[in-house]
Design a protein around this ligand. Structure first.
Ligand SMILES: Nc1ncnc2c1ncn2[C@@H]1O[C@H](COP(=O)(O)OP(=O)(O)OP(=O)(O)O)[C@@H](O)[C@H]1O
Length: 229
């Protein structure tokens, strides 16, 4: 389980995260939702230990983040970080040289799933295919937790659908996933847990199935209620 406990993050004097707390379980998809600039990416970076926090603590399976944890958790940023002149295949070779958790069989399956040609140059990929390649590089690692920053951002409807389909496939298995997004239309049916952020605080968190069964509401209904007050 990932436990974010009363985390405070400041940039200079600006408090971006103000005692936020939530948990994310293995085998579940947890979605951090909030408008631009609300602190979603910062939360993921804090979980990964990529940005220092000024208060609270973050535990992954009851342990603080440390270098050995990178065999357990991975962060997929919202853009490709590989050199643009590399091909998809070069990227996979790089990943396999660099990460002991790289799973080439899964990488090949993901390439097929996303219809990615390994000989394509990264700089020549369409936005949708670049997003898929980016996800492939992250999802092919054998880790328990995957953090994804805006995997659906700025790509066309068909690519969004294809990416959404990966979440219900065996390629995700029973791993714990945290996704950030500011719009959930395509993925509402996939999400197990929602964390709504505003002004650096968690303003509501809920299990999607519970609000559906107990209140007859969708995630969008709850978002409307919360953000349009
Ligand atoms: N390195 C930094 N230095 C100073 N301020 C920063 C830095 N990184 C982020 N911020 C500020 O922190 C706030 C939260 O940023 P963050 O990127 O976490 O938001 P977000 O919710 O992920 O937004 P988006 O949906 O646009 O990606 C913003 O006001 C941003 O300007």
């Amino acid at each position: 389980m990932i436990e974010v406990k009363k985390v405070v993050k400041k940039f200079g004097r600006k408090k971006v995260l103000d005692e936020i707390s939530f948990t994310a379980n293995k085998g579940e998809i947890t979605c951090l939702i909030g408008i631009n600039g609300v602190g979603k990416s910062t939360t993921l970076k804090a979980i990964m230990g990529l940005t220092p926090i000024q208060g609270g603590e973050i535990l992954i399976d009851e342990q603080k983040i440390q270098p050995s944890m990178y065999e357990k958790i991975t962060f997929i940023p919202d853009t490709l970080t590989m050199l643009p002149q590399m091909t998809v295949q070069d990227g996979m070779t790089f990943m396999s040289d660099f990460y002991t958790t790289w799973n080439q069989v899964r990488a090949n399956e993901l390439c097929q799933f996303f219809r990615l040609d390994p000989s394509s140059r990264l700089s020549e990929l369409s936005k949708g295919n670049a997003a898929k390649a980016n996800l492939m590089f992250g999802l092919a690692l054998d880790v328990d937790y995957i953090l994804m920053d805006e995997p659906f951002s700025g790509i066309d409807m068909f690519s969004r659908e294809q990416i959404a389909n990966v979440f219900t496939s065996h390629l995700i298995e029973d791993r714990g996933v945290i996704i950030t997004t500011h719009e959930i239309n395509d993925i509402e049916h996939l999400i197990d847990k929602v964390i709504l952020l505003d002004n650096g605080k968690v303003i509501r968190d809920f299990i999607t199935e519970d609000v559906r069964l107990e209140e007859g509401k969708s995630v969008t209904d709850v978002m409307r209620e919360v953000y349009q007050q």
